[in-house]
Each structure stands twice: as C-alpha cells, then as structure tokens.
Design a protein around this ligand. Structure first.
Ligand SMILES: NC(=O)c1ccc[n+]([C@@H]2O[C@H](COP(=O)([O-])OP(=O)(O)OC[C@H]3O[C@@H](n4cnc5c(N)ncnc54)[C@H](OP(=O)(O)O)[C@@H]3O)[C@@H](O)[C@H]2O)c1
Length: 258
C-alpha cells in the first residue's frame, strides 16, 4: 500500500444480499469516509453495483472456513485494514430444497420440545453461531488497529435473561451462543486489537423474508423498514467505545441483558 492510502477506510458487509444486508450496503456506501466497501454473499450481488465504484463484491460461501480464511488472507496481503465489519447473516426458517445450486434442509422454529430435531438444530448453530465464530477468528488480523467496529446481527430472543415466552429453541439458542462467542472474543480482542468494539445488534422486527411468516401479530408501527434499522445501527456505531465492548444493543441503542 502507498503512504497516501493510510487514510482510506474500508468496510466489509457479510450477507450482503439479505433484506437487511442490501440496505447496509446502500447506507455504508453513502458514507463518505469509506473508500471501498467489500460485500460478500453466497450469490452475485442482488443489489445494484452499477455506478457504485466503492463496492467490491464477491460471491462465496460465507459459512465455509476455508473460503473465509482465503478471503481474509487476501485482504491482509493487499494491506487492507477494516474499520467497519457488519455480519448480517442468519436463519430462522428455510424451505427444503435439493437441486444443482442448492441443497438445504427445511427449518421451522420449534413450538414444543417434540419439534426439536438434530439436523435442524445443527443448521441453526452452523449459520447463526459457527459462521460468526469463524469470522471472529479471522477478522482479528485485519481490523484496523487505530479503531474498528464489528457488528453481528443477533436478536433479542437470544437473551437468556429475557426469555419469558419459550419456543424457538434452535434460533434462540444459536443466537445466545453467538452472543457468548462475541463476549468471549471481546476479551481476546481487548488484548490483541484494543481499539475494536464488538456488538451484537437486535434490529427489531424488520420487514424482510426472515420475519414474513411471523408478521401477523406485529403492530404496524413495530414493523420496521430495513432503512430505519440500518440508519439506527450506523448512528449507534459512531458512539461505540472499545473500552465498553462488547455491546448487546437494540435498534434504539438500549442495552439488552445477556
Ligand atoms: N428481520 C427481522 O425481523 C429480524 C429480527 C431480529 C433479528 N434479525 C437478524 O437480522 C439478520 C438479517 O436478517 P434479514 O431480516 O435480513 O433476513 P434475510 O433477508 O432472510 O437475510 C438472511 C441473511 O442470512 C444469510 N444466510 C441465510 N442462509 C444462509 C446460509 N445457509 N449460509 C450463509 N448465509 C446465509 C443471507 O446471506 P446471503 O447474502 O449469502 O444470501 C442473508 O444475509 C439475521 O441475523 C436475523 O437473525 C432479523
């Protein structure tokens, strides 16, 4: 890297094709401070990259450890140091499908103990907890030592202390595991990259494919647009203090009990 590149800021969005992910790309690109916004998704960009010279999109399996290592190693080789990383991946329900492009198992949030199945539970953990853990491991080498924020999309239902309703075993437990992984990693980041803030973010109920089957009982004013929650998130990010990391915050900037 040239000396003049020192002031350039880089962001990385993981899960860029999601309902919330696409909006994150849009709003992060609109921030002048970012020179390049790396975007990752399992498929080609579903959002428009035309006319947006900041976006460098790559299609890869963001849950694949080997692919994650290769990607982060390549950024390191290029001298890229990330100031902002947002991981917007997550699953709550999924249609079973098996064709040439896709081989997914069906997922539906469990209502009762009898609904728990080993394969489904593993899939919740694979995407909601293990994928973020792999990224936490590899990002430590490429976050900007002068200051960085790493955000993982969690959910309020991942709070162990606030669980009064029950149900949704796999989703709840995998988000609680994500929170624990972030909390544990924050202790190590404090030593290795002390200017990094880690955050688990609850976006509220947001009008995307993920919440679609569960929107019937949500009051219209409580169903947020991706635009609203991403705007809130990016404003919260400007106020993070690495000494207080890790955070578990909702869309209003309020702390959620772990
Ligand atoms: N919407 C809500 O009401 C709500 C509420 C609380 C928390 N959240 C959390 O917010 C985050 C974003 O959700 P969303 O509403 O934007 O959902 P969405 O539109 O369904 O997007 C799903 C995201 O997860 C990724 N993903 C799904 N299956 C995957 C797999 N097998 N391997 C790797 N990545 C996979 C997708 O990545 P690709 O780009 O690769 O497709 C995409 O980024 C999730 O963590 C969710 O749990 C959402």
């Amino acid at each position: 890297m040239q000396d003049s590149d020192n002031d350039k800021k880089y962001a990385l969005i993981i899960g860029a094709n999601g309902g919330i992910g696409q909006e994150i790309v849009k709003q992060v690109c609109a921030q002048q401070r970012f020179h390049t916004v790396f975007t990752l998704s399992r498929s080609d960009a579903a959002f428009s990259v035309e006319g947006n010279s900041k976006v460098v999109h790559q299609a890869m399996d963001t849950s694949n450890e080997t692919a994650v290592k290769a990607f982060t190693k390549d950024l390191k080789k290029q001298g890229v140091q990330l100031s902002l990383v947002i991981c917007a991946t997550g699953i709550l329900h999924q249609q079973a499908s098996s064709n040439a492009e896709e081989n997914t198992i069906g997922l539906k949030p469990e209502k009762r103990l009898e609904d728990i199945h080993e394969q489904q539970l593993s899939e919740y953990f694979r995407i909601n907890s293990i994928l973020p853990a792999i990224w936490l491991q590899n990002l430590v080498d490429i976050v900007d030592k002068k200051g960085a924020s790493i955000v993982f999309f969690s959910a309020r239902v991942g709070s162990i202390s606030e669980n009064g309703l029950g149900g949704w075993y796999g989703y709840r437990a995998s988000k609680a595991a994500l929170n624990m992984l972030v909390k544990t990693a924050a202790i190590e980041y404090q030593r290795r990259k002390p200017n990094t803030s880690l955050m688990c973010y609850h976006p509220g109920t947001v009008d995307t494919g993920l919440s679609k089957p569960f929107q019937a009982n949500v009051k219209p004013e409580k169903l947020f647009t991706p635009e609203f929650t991403v705007n809130q998130l990016l404003s919260i990010c400007t106020q993070l203090d690495p000494e207080k990391s890790p955070y578990y915050l909702d869309w209003g900037g309020k702390t959620i009990a772990w």
